[in-house]
Design a binder for this molecule. Structure first.
Ligand code: PMP
Length: 395
């Protein structure tokens, strides 16, 4: 039986650059002691107090069909968090609870784009972005950011691409680069969206991992609340990746339609998970800071280690649990470097190429192992890059 072209085209058939990751996993299973700095998952588990709240909610009977757009109390709590962080008045009717940020990304594009519409995103990008756009039947078009510009978006190129687009997806703090968009970038993006009448889909799942100052949401810029769909999640802020709880914040009318979409797709999120998320949000910003703290420490340590290095250049990192490193001075591609690092040093990182063309010649380091081991791995990586660069000079 013939499957729809849409589902067959979610992946575009190109090399997805995840070969290094699968090889590292296979080596691990074969008993090799591989240091994995690949996936964006905390090295701690969900806090027992949150699991306790989940357990109590389930035992208390919240195991039937739950409120599909989200329980009123959880929607209120998300609205309060968003309002406190952004200053934008937000109520429960601006909030839809989703099964994770990924489902929110999909639903937001469903809301913004018709079949065949162009949906923009910025390269380098989180792995699922192009597939998510294609899954809703829209055309995935990326606009490259440049390493030499610290991976800030290229506003001129964006302005040009926006002329024929329906939506723009951005992500700050950014995965994979660890970069925070500057005020000028956000302002420029807001102007482009208004000028070209685009929906802005703002992926803010790393909003609790900002290493200097406060997180800035573009929804707070003048004229943007009515055209912005913010994607949020408990995955990163509360170490709840497996609970699958996220949200979309947007204009009331959009959220009403998205609630209808939820009825006809996932039928909501489990009630006991929503209750656990409510408990977690009530722990406040201090709890979120505690979850983010190890990444801040490791980022600070790595920033010191990379200082003055020439073979491996750290892209100045402002947030999220990743570091992007330019290894072009070694003469290798990101993929070649990552494979050799895995084979020779048993350290696994992601090649930049896994996140789009703009990150070629770079690698992404996930700061997701304990401090001592992380620092040692970074030292070895820096030494390895230095040796490769020397080899290249003498070749
Ligand atoms: N956006 C970005 C940028 C991410 O890195 C991730 C997860 N790695 C997600 C969205 C989705 O997260 P989740 O579905 O777990 O909320």
């Amino acid at each position: 039986m013939q499957l729809s072209t849409r589902i067959q085209n979610i992946l575009d058939g190109g090399d997805d650059g995840w070969g290094v990751f699968y090889k590292a996993r296979a080596m691990k299973h074969a008993g090799v002691d591989v240091t994995e700095l690949t996936i964006g998952e905390h090295d701690i588990r969900t806090d027992p107090s949150i699991l306790d709240a989940m357990h109590k909610a389930a035992l208390g009977g919240h195991t039937g069909y739950a409120d599909i757009p989200g329980t009123p109390t959880l929607r209120d709590a998300v609205a309060a968090r968003v309002e406190a962080k952004s200053g934008v008045p937000t109520t429960r009717s601006n909030v839809l609870i989703t099964p994770g940020g990924q489902a929110a990304l999909f639903a937001a594009h469903m809301a913004a784009c018709d079949e065949g519409d162009t949906a923009l995103f910025i390269d380098p990008h989180y792995a699922t972005y192009p597939g998510t756009v294609r899954a809703v039947g829209a055309k995935a078009v990326s606009v490259s950011a440049r390493s030499s510009e610290g991976f800030q978006p290229d506003l001129a190129a964006l302005g040009q691409a926006a002329k024929t687009a329906k939506s723009l997806l951005i992500n700050t703090p950014n995965n994979p680069t660890g970069v925070i968009y500057s005020d000028a970038s956000l302002q420029g993006i807001a102007e482009i969206c208004q000028h070209e009448d685009l929906w802005l889909i703002s992926d803010e799942v790393y909003d609790s991992q900002v290493w200097a100052g406060a997180h800035q949401s573009p929804r707070a810029l003048p004229g943007m609340a009515e055209r912005t769909l913010v994607v949020g999640s408990m995955s990163k802020s509360h170490a709840m990746t497996g609970s699958r709880l996220g949200w979309i914040v947007g204009p009331e009318a959009a959220i009403a339609h998205l609630a209808t979409l939820a009825i006809n797709t996932n039928y909501g999120v489990a009630g006991f998970i929503q209750d656990a998320a409510l408990f977690a949000l009530k722990q406040g910003a201090g709890f979120e800071a505690k979850i983010a703290e190890p990444f801040r420490r490791r980022r600070d340590a790595a920033t010191t280690l990379f200082r003055g290095q020439e073979a491996a250049l750290l892209i100045p990192s402002g947030g999220a649990m990743y570091l992007m490193v330019d290894i072009r001075a070694t003469g290798l591609s990101g993929e070649e470097f990552a494979l050799r690092l895995l084979d020779e040093e048993h350290i696994a990182v992601m090649p930049g190429e896994s996140f789009g063309r703009a990150a070629a010649g770079h690698i992404r380091i996930a700061m997701t192992i304990e401090d001592d081991k992380f620092q040692e791995a970074v030292e070895r990586l820096i030494r390895f890059a230095g040796e490769l660069a020397l080899e290249g000079e003498h070749a």
